[in-house]
Write a protein that binds this ligand. Structure first.
Ligand code: ATP
Ligand code: MG
Ligand code: ZN
Length: 317
């Protein structure tokens, strides 16, 4: 698991809130039950003393300890039985004043014997998906709804083996983590497969950010003009830190000195930290060389595996 700090802290806060809410709800049910059944309060007072009584019994020495404890247990049970009966008689369910949990397995603690509960894992994944930038695309653009039928002849074979490669990429991540450069014309599945990878890796517990080049550069630009001393982390730092960054539509941004230096910095920083990038572009290699400087292109062609997408525009098919 390597979710972003934001994701983890948001989910932990939600779990705290949930536990507080559980208690508040239980307390208000208790108030309602006490109001209707005053005797219940007496029983609860008696029950709350059980722990002390057991301690007291054990302090009286080993002789007859078991009997003393068994007697206490019996008393305890009959109090509980009486309690349930009273609740039922008064139109409540027997467990009306118990805590109610969304997840009974971990009682909304998020952990069972120090191990993360499924409910916490799910919550982290959901939160990470929400903040991944993939948004709406996540439901419609997975591996499961990527069709090879759109590709004809040799294109189909190429795309079939490409999809296999990308599934393997997901399976081997993060032990193996290559940088990929998706190249090809419009509407042939670059964004679709990028989203599929993001989704599959987030499900595996990796932090993945998907964003268009234009939006990424806009975030860097905004950070430049934000107050550096307000203590907040720059929005763009997530692009430097996530396990996988997917930059879509490189080349559609307005290319300026600023965006070029941003891109260089982003690629270089992530390469140094061994944090992979998947980049998509419509540009051919000549256009890439023309648009970006040597320091960028030498990295793109040296450190990225080029994945050529084939086919004709699938939009609307
Ligand atoms: N093989 C496919 N199976 C199912 N849907 C596909 C396939 N290829 C493309 N699509 C759908 O067609 C639309 C366009 O595909 P996508 O966005 O992946 O294209 P792209 O290669 O990223 O194009 P662009 O370069 O214009 O961004 C999307 O809605 C996508 O889900
Ligand atoms: Mg696209
Ligand atoms: Zn749980």
């Amino acid at each position: 698991m390597s979710y972003s700090k934001d994701t983890v802290s948001q989910v932990f806060n939600e779990f705290n809130d949930k536990r507080k809410r559980n208690e508040e709800l239980r307390d208000s049910r208790l108030v309602a039950a006490y109001a209707k059944i005053p005797e219940l309060k007496e029983i609860d007072r008696a029950l709350s003393l059980t722990g002390l009584q057991i301690l007291g019994a054990s302090l009286q020495g080993k002789d007859g300890l078991e009997e003393r404890i068994n007697k206490l247990k019996e008393e305890n049970k009959s109090l509980n039985d009486k309690r349930s009966a009273l609740l039922l008689e008064n139109g409540f369910s027997a467990d009306y004043t118990d805590m109610k949990f969304e997840c009974e397995s971990c009682r909304d603690q998020g952990y069972i014997n120090g191990k993360m509960c499924q409910c916490l894992k799910r919550a982290l994944i959901t939160k990470q998906l929400e903040s991944s930038g993939v948004g709406e695309l996540i439901s419609s653009q997975g591996f499961e709804n990527f069709s090879l039928d759109f590709y004809k002849g040799a294109d189909r074979e190429i795309m079939e083996s490409l999809v296999e490669d990308l599934k393997e990429y997901v399976n081997e991540f993060p032990e193996k983590k290559a940088n990929l450069l998706f190249v090809g014309g419009t509407g042939i599945g670059k964004t679709h497969l990028s989203t599929a990878i993001a989704k599959a890796l987030i499900e595996k517990g990796q932090s993945v950010i998907y964003e268009t080049a234009t939006n990424i550069f806009a975030d860097f630009e905004n950070d430049r003009f934000r107050d550096r001393y307000n203590g907040e982390e720059p929005v763009s730092s997530k692009y430097m830190e996530c396990d996988l960054l997917i930059i879509d539509d490189l080349g559609t941004e307005v290319i300026t000195n600023f965006t070029v230096s941003c891109l260089y910095n982003l690629i270089n920083t992530r390469l140094n930290k061994k944090l992979p990038i998947i980049l998509s572009t419509n540009l051919g290699s000549a256009e890439i060389r023309k648009s970006y400087n040597d320091r960028i292109t030498s990295r793109l062609f040296g450190d990225f595996e080029i994945k050529l997408f084939k086919g004709t525009d699938n939009r609307g098919k």
